[in-house]
Design a protein around this ligand. Structure first.
Ligand code: HEC
Length: 697
């Protein structure tokens, strides 16, 4: 008997003990019937790729699991059969733990919501990823009809090896038999048996004949024009223009795939969280319209082709002549290869500080510039040195293909000091021909005497103590910042490197409730966005903004430079960062009445948010990790002046002073003309001698 046989037996034992079949008249009856039912070949034969986020907003992409022996999807519904069999599902998962078998649930039930399903699953004892198939793409394609169906997929060719009930009361363990064969590399006779759970409705699939009525001219082309063609245009960053019916049709199977895997449009934000300005996401209806149209064969239908008439050329300085133009030194981009991010710093030649209202970027070769982000820096790099994102003060906005100017939220401004400069994060993607990019940045200021009312601030939630073990696919790290004073949050910019896996940014209110603000189920180093909220969010004093990241250091991450390495904080993209910039203003602070002490109080909370993993407002020795943590451990006894075995905020403030005070004191404030007194210090030091990024912008 092989180990996996034993495992299968175990799963079935649990199934019997749990009463999944025994003692329940209806269930026993249906088992007897199921046992007598004919076995058929599964339909469909293959599982198309998809990517879905689970209850924790972690993403799972089917075809990235090619290294697994088997992928098992169990269809979920809040259904008595699922509840009864839940212990058997958990036993199946446990039996194959560490054996290269992925076991997950798939929830394609229309109207199901995360919080409800999380509560139901918990009550049923289900503790495994539950994939939310909100658009039903996975369920539709897999021809799911009922809950409690176990679909065993063979990653060699993505064929369906088995689908049907997990097993039967008579001791048959159909799902485990198929998994055992796949694990052992034995041939599997692909089989299907009728599932026993409730029927799951697939109204769109039931009406699939209507897909061919989707109009290219009225339904598809407007979506492409609004959400795709800004990049997929002649001379644009997208690899192929999508500027006519023929072009869209030619790429239609690929378009279906990139929507189902959530690769395009590359806006990354989860569909269920937040509303953003310049929201690049497809709505659920738009996704369905595109995918179903492709599945109907991408019919041309009638009507003129609207894409033929759309002009995509970006106007020269769309906001008019800038007050100041910064010119990035020419960059030669080779024909091929991968270019690391470039970090030029351009000196600011202004003789006086001004309040920035907007910025626009002028790109000479839009085909090569993937994105640009910028931030104020107070000190220019020494010759031969480059600065990093950790040195950024206030953000001055960025450029993304197809996006317009950066205009600050109503009546807020960013303070641009006269000295120092602007540090760029520039990402270029070679496209087969050497080219020279000449980038210019135009800055627009509030006219003198018409200064904005409010100061837009930037704060960096960072964790310099991250330690990411080798090979892990979902390694969690977090940091939070507690707000000492009421604030209005305008925007969030997450930043990590190639191993950045997912990020959830939420607000924990003083009453303990949590509000999700921004979620990227799959972070992508290639696409850096500033997410400005459609409506600013009130952050009351005492609330915490929490940034929870996962890092994918596994070989499944195609961008991973080395899955065998333990990774810590560092500037190189082969190192990692946990960085989440907040763009906000203080309630009660105006340009005329500034409160740098709020910024100082915010900074003082930083160390707590890095180490306080259980968020109890105290640091226990077990929470200290990384290089910085080791240093604190050394002085723990001395710092713990009330001898309660933990460091509280007051004791940490002493530690902060010890570790970084000398640098903070050395910061020289920039000069500001009246009537706009200089906001707050733009940089001080973290305990690691890294400038902190509370910037009055
Ligand atoms: C912000 C720019 C941008 C937007 C918006 C965008 N794309 Fe893309 N697209 C790219 C880039 C760059 C690539 C190639 C690199 C990559 O996959 O990231 C790409 C790749 C693709 C591919 C894959 C091509 C291949 O051969 O792998 C398809 C298909 C695609 N896009 C379709 C779309 C569709 C459909 C939309 C709109 C719903 C869209 N894109 C929106 C920039 C964009």
């Amino acid at each position: 008997m092989s180990i996996s046989r034993k495992a299968a037996g175990l799963a079935l034992a649990v199934l019997a003990v749990s009463g999944a079949y025994a003692g329940l008249g209806l269930a026993t009856h249906s088992i007897a019937r199921a046992g007598a039912e004919a076995v058929s070949a599964p339909s469909p034969l293959k599982a198309d790729d998809f990517m879905l986020a689970d209850q924790n907003f972690l993403s799972h992409q089917l075809h990235r699991m090619a290294d697994a022996h088997a992928v098992v999807l169990i269809t979920y519904a809040n259904d008595p059969v699922v509840r009864r069999e839940a212990p058997a599902y958990m036993a199946l998962k446990a039996a194959y733990a560490g054996k290269g078998v992925e076991v997950m649930m798939l929830d394609s039930v229309l109207g199901d919501k995360r919080p409800d399903v999380i509560a139901q699953a918990k009550a049923a004892g289900i503790d495994m990823p539950i994939l939310f198939d909100y658009e039903q793409f996975a369920g539709e394609q897999l021809k799911v009809t009922r809950a409690a169906e176990v679909i065993v997929i063979d990653p060699r060719g993505w064929k369906i090896a088995y689908r049907g009930p997990i097993g039967a009361a008579n001791g048959a363990h159909w799902a485990a038999d198929a998994i055992d064969a796949l694990v052992a590399g034995r041939p599997v006779a692909a089989t299907a048996r009728p599932a026993r759970g409730h029927v799951i409705a697939f109204p769109a699939r039931d009406n699939a004949a209507a897909f061919s009525q989707i109009s290219y001219a009225n339904d598809i082309a407007p979506i492409v024009a609004a959400k795709c063609a800004g990049c997929h245009e002649a001379g644009g960053i997208g690899p192929m223009p999508l500027t006519s019916y023929d072009k869209v049709k030619a790429f239609s199977p690929m378009i279906r795939e990139v929507i189902r895997t959530r690769r395009m449009p590359p806006y990354l934000a989860d569909e269920t969280v937040g509303k953003f300005q310049d929201d690049g996401r497809l709505t659920p209806d738009e996704m369905k319209t595109m995918v179903h149209w492709v599945e109907a064969g991408a019919p041309r239908g009638t009507g003129e082709d609207p894409l033929a008439k759309v002009k995509f050329a970006a106007p020269d300085w769309p906001l008019g002549k800038p007050d100041v133009v910064l010119t990035v030194p020419d960059v030669t981009i080779p024909a091929t290869g991968v270019m690391d991010y470039q970090h030029p710093t351009v000196a600011n030649a202004m003789t006086e500080g001004r309040w920035m209202k907007a910025t626009t970027f002028r790109i000479s070769d839009r085909q090569v510039v993937h994105h640009i982000l910028t931030g104020v820096v107070t000190d220019l790099p020494a010759p031969g040195q480059t600065l990093s994102e950790a040195q950024w003060g206030a953000s001055l906005g960025g450029y993304g293909p197809g996006r317009g100017s950066n205009i600050e939220p109503a009546d807020t401004g960013v303070w641009v000091p006269p000295s120092g400069g602007v540090m760029f994060q520039n990402h270029y993607t070679p496209y087969g021909r050497e080219t020279v990019e000449k980038t210019q940045m135009g800055l627009y200021f509030y006219p003198k005497g018409q200064e904005p009312k409010y100061v837009l601030q930037t704060f960096l939630i960072a964790n310099f103590a991250i330690v990411i073990p080798p090979k892990e696919e979902f390694h969690p790290e977090q940091a939070y910042i507690e707000f000492p004073h009421d604030a209005l949050l305008y925007g969030i910019t997450p930043h990590a490197h190639h191993r950045g896996g997912s990020v959830k940014v939420s607000m924990i209110l003083p009453d303990g409730s949590e509000q999700m603000l921004l979620v990227l189920p799959r972070y992508d180093f290639n696409w850096q966005y500033e997410y400005f909220l459609k409506e600013p969010v009130k952050v009351p004093a005492g609330a915490k903004i929490l940034a929870r990241w996962t890092y994918d250091n596994s070989a499944r991450n195609p961008g991973n430079p080395d899955p065998n390495k333990t990774v810590t904080w560092g500037e190189q993209s082969s190192d990692e960062m946990l960085a989440t910039y907040l763009h906000f203003r203080w309630v009660g602070e105006t340009v005329a009445d500034q409160h740098p002490e709020y910024n100082a109080a915010l900074q003082a909370n930083m160390l707590m948010g890095i180490f306080d993993a259980n968020m109890d407002g105290k640091i226990e020795p077990s929470e200290l990790k990384g290089r910085m943590g080791e240093t604190l451990k050394k002085y723990f006894a001395a710092l713990d002046t009330d001898h309660d075995g933990t460091l509280d905020a007051k004791e940490l403030a002493v530690a902060m002073k010890m570790m970084g005070g000398h640098r903070a004191a050395a910061t020289t404030p920039a000069a500001t003309p009246p009537p706009a007194p200089k906001p707050s210090p733009t940089a001080s030091a973290t305990p690691q001698d890294k400038p902190l990024v509370v910037g009055s912008r």
